[in-house]
Design a protein around this ligand. Structure first.
Ligand code: ATP
Ligand code: MG
Length: 387
């Protein structure tokens, strides 16, 4: 029996005249996610239909679609003719295995082809009655059934399904502008990237790399994190910025307790240059209020002052355990906790300033040639595309 995947979307339906743009982007992103599976994709009535040449790949395709933002549900459906006898027999045949293991069920019907002779309640009754006769162990339970059989009579075919999985929600990546994600090797920034992408923001990442204080394995780890996120964004550029020179200069010239906040400001400024050079119009970080010394409200204010682009901090109000939970869900946690040193821990002062004053920090910055250091770091960027 021919099978298809039905993809439904939520929020984008609400976008009025922009709807075709949103739908086209969603289809483009679905196509990218299903690369190699040769999908045939059609749209009708707020649903996207996907047919694969090799139906044994449907499970794999559905798994991939759980990472495409904008999708609300993903259903494996059987394609049947629009004729009642064929619908009843086909349903019993296709769902035999699923129903064999259940005790209770109900049938729901949707009839978007209003010319179909039977109305939805009649379809339910006919199919339900047929299934009860065919599978005597089954009882109907309309309130809390183990299995819900959905029969959708649409313009060209009838689609029968029983297995619906939740999509990731959000908006298709690319429906919003591009931002630069400051991606460390930690737990928080990959989650921040995921959350921005979920709202349709396209991402490129910057990572500040302190060779030889941090090893190539630390860099590999960040690229691995970027790769996991790129399953949600459809590929991603990662700009690796050489940061050691700046850290050494800061350590040589500035008060130790200011080092973290000074480093954070340099990171923001360099990320802003990368944004301008790559047509991105915002920055995204994994900062959360009060989590560490450099994330007090005062410190965040001083960090923010370094740039004029908007800075989004999607995990700003989350506790660490909430961020960890999300990291596990998106698949970055295990990589984030690999024990490679990161560029900030090595240069972290023993007693960091938790209430930095902007004028004092700016005065320290006057002690070095910031512009020259930034330009040199930007010149040294290595850009890697991960997917
Ligand atoms: P994370 O878990 O994301 O590393 P964190 O709690 O360790 O965050 P910090 O080290 O203070 O916090 O960093 C705050 C934010 O600054 C990070 O979430 C990230 O966005 C950015 N950041 C820190 N270090 C780097 C780095 N080496 N490269 C790129 N961005 C960085
Ligand atoms: Mg960190």
């Amino acid at each position: 029996m021919e099978q298809a995947i039905l993809v439904k979307y939520g929020e984008i339906i609400l976008k009025g005249l922009n709807r075709p743009i949103f739908e086209d982007l969603l289809v483009k992103n679905i196509r990218a996610a299903l690369r190699g599976l040769n999908p045939e994709i059609t749209k009708a009535q707020a649903t996207t239909y996907i047919h694969l040449a090799d139906e044994s790949m449907i499970g794999d395709a559905m798994e991939r679609l759980t990472k495409v933002f904008g999708i609300v549900s993903i259903t494996r459906a059987y394609v049947l003719p629009k004729e009642m006898e064929a619908i009843k027999e086909g349903t019993a045949q296709c769902l035999a295995d699923v129903l064999a293991g259940a005790k209770t069920f109900k049938v729901e019907a949707k009839r978007s082809d209003k010319k179909f002779p039977l109305q939805s309640p009649d379809i339910c009754r006919e199919v339900g009655g047929y299934l009860c006769a065919k599978f005597p162990h089954l009882a109907v339970d309309v309130k809390a059934p183990e299995k819900t059989v959905l029969v959708e009579v649409r313009d060209t075919n009838t689609y029968v399904s029983c297995d619906k999985i939740k999509g990731p929600g959000g908006m298709p990546v690319g429906t919003n502008a591009k931002a630069i994600l400051l991606l460390s090797g930690g737990i928080d920034s990959p989650v921040a990237g995921y959350m921005a992408a979920k709202r349709g923001v396209a991402l490129e990442a910057v990572h500040f790399f302190s060779h030889p204080y941090t090893s190539d394995r630390a860099k590999e780890k960040v690229l691995e994190l970027a790769k996991i996120i790129s399953a949600y964004t459809g590929g991603m550029k990662v700009h690796i910025v050489p940061f050691t020179q700046i850290q050494l200069e800061l350590r040589k010239s500035c008060p130790e307790e200011q080092l973290t906040i000074l480093m954070r400001r340099f990171m923001m400024k360099i990320a802003e240059r990368v944004a301008v050079n790559n047509k991105a119009i915002a920055l995204v970080t994994g900062e959360s209020i009060g989590q560490v010394a450099s994330q007090t409200v005062e410190a965040l204010g001083v960090t923010n002052d370094a740039v004029s682009l908007p800075v989004f901090r999607p995990v700003i109000g989350m506790d660490k355990d909430e961020i960890v939970e999300r990291a596990r869900m998106i698949g970055t946690f295990e990589t984030s906790i690999l024990p490679y040193e990161d560029c900030c821990t090595i240069f972290t002062p023993k007693h960091p300033n938790t209430k930095p004053k902007l004028d004092k920090i700016k005065a320290s910055e006057q002690l070095l040639d910031g512009e020259m250091l930034i330009e040199e770091a930007v010149r040294g960027i290595e850009t890697i595309f991960v997917s």
